[in-house]
Design a protein around this ligand. Sequence first.
Ligand code: ATP
Ligand code: MG
Length: 662
Amino acid sequence: VHSASELVLAGLDPEQRAAVTAPAGPVCVLAGAGTGKTRAVTSRIAHRALTGEVSPRHVLAVTFTARAAAEMRARLTALGAQGVQARTFHAAALRQVRYFAPRLLAGRAMPELLDSKARVVTLAAARVGLRTDRAAARDLAGEIEWAKSSLVEPGEYVVAAAKALRDTPHEPAKVAEVFAAYERLKRSNGVIDFEDMLRAAVWGIEEHPDVAEQVRGQYRHFVVDEYQDVNPLQQRLLEAWLGGRDDVTVVGDASQTIYSFTGATSAYLVDFPRRHRGATVVRLVRDYRSTPQVVGLANAVISQARGTEARLRLELLGQRPAGPEPELRIFTDEPAEAAAVATRCRALVDAGTPAREIAVLFRTNAQSEAYEKALTEAEVPYVVQGAERFFERVEVRQAMVALRAATRSIPGETPLRVAVVEGLSAVGWAPDAAPAGGAARERWEALAALVQLAEEHAASPPVLPIGEAAAVERPMTLADFNDELARRAAQQHVPTVEGVTLSSLHSAKGLEWDAVFLVGLSEGTLPTTYARTPEQVEEERRLLYVGITRAREWLWLSYAVARSPGGRARRPSRFLPQLDRSGGGAERAGAGAAKRAERRRPQMVSCRICGATLLSGPDRKLGRCPTCPSDIDQDLYERLHDWRARVAGAQKVPAYVVFTDA
Ligand code: ATP
Ligand code: MG
């Protein structure tokens, strides 16, 4: 008979066990994706609680997204450790501030929490003579968020921005002025933002011994998951909670730092063992999440990384049995890509994969619309994580209102695309002027998605009721398009509680699914055009690594040559060729380790039949081509090949590439 605490240990490997049973004090788990870091820390909490070493009430586990916190609570409950607080930094700080507000504010009302900085930033910019549209205001707000998360005051901004090589939305001195005005405006209006709230939590502890005593009496043992994404302000709060004590376990993976644009830095994780002498340091390399094929691809992507985390990287060792080969698919345009993804989702669901075990991951939230539409049409339920559904977004609703208004002033014969662009310019959208990064960029992308919809529809005649069939030859008008948008919006408003997850790569971290679709892997999207500095490009690469490592079994990577049918061609993501850097090099490679390493890389070769690119396995035999029937004979191969070549121009045949890995 085993005790509950022994059962917790039974599910772990020796290194994880070392992390779980380490004595009270600093513990640092440094390991790659899927190696069981979160499992190790939740087990450490549960083990300590079940053996009576700590009381669950005195444990605070922090992470970065609400879903990850919920996931932690669920895992703790499953392990038999109820009552542990697992929260995001924000939620934990808000709770503390609310609790102590009556005491610290001497009866004054707690300031209202701004849900978005943009409105106040607009006013602040106007105060210093800067006219901003919504996009510019959001870029400034993003910059202020970075500064405040990095503990940079307005007076220090110019120097700090230069040091951090910030790509500032205006001249740094002007940004500093807006920042200062923003702080003054908030104060005079009695409102605070999210960073102020974290600062208030720090201030409460640092300046009030009674508060410090009470908070520290409550929280005695700390766990921080995804510690590679902590920013200086959050770190300061963690230190305030600790108050010189050191019973803290941090876990993270420097290769998964994806929030440095908001001030996060993996330096705290990397330096932890140095700052905490005598810390138990555990490294995990066995990957329990993904098939060896997925692990191989993840290793290939991250092995190209440059920068500080490269020094610390350990190659992941897949533990699971072999699974299906990851696939890379290339489509002519985004609607075709989305339709293929939806078809595959449908097939997976029909074959018994629960929809909640499938995710479609993309770089920007604006990309979700095409997938929302395609999944709706394929009757696959979906949920959009961390964002509203496309037609519920403020920007999109505003754009639709503007379009309706525009219908009255735009002449009937105006081509639909022009009409839409004109209508959208009423809400500040300019086709060639995508704002740099942040929320403004997302808004621009949402509007671009509407234009893309219009482009798709401009080609097709409107669907009319049967009685009016005679007019079908009538070209699509803006009014028709507005009706179409309204119809789609209504369709999307059907609420779903469970379904395929549509998520940005940022919101997907820490999570896992049986099947993962990584879409939109084109240059300009991943990496985004706004990744200019080498550091920014590295962050994009880490995003791809995060995406790949979310898949347990089945992984699909895809990109579309053009945004819309017949549109301008884009190149595949620069990260993709790197997966195949050695391309056919095995033949010339020498003997020994180099050759073996070479062979572990996916190798791309073309299908001799259809011209599709596929990958050879370690024995250099061709993998099976997904487009050709497998039992076809050589002669037929050649004829089919010729035929395909002749019709290729006329046909929209997506090129297929399959990655395999030894
Ligand atoms: P990420 O970096 O993505 O957050 P992680 O290192 O936190 O990943 P976990 O989520 O803890 O990894 O674990 C990945 C998967 O592997 C989970 O499904 C977990 O249950 C499983 N797992 C972890 N450790 C073991 C183990 N020792 N034996 C079997 N399965 C394990
Ligand atoms: Mg984790």
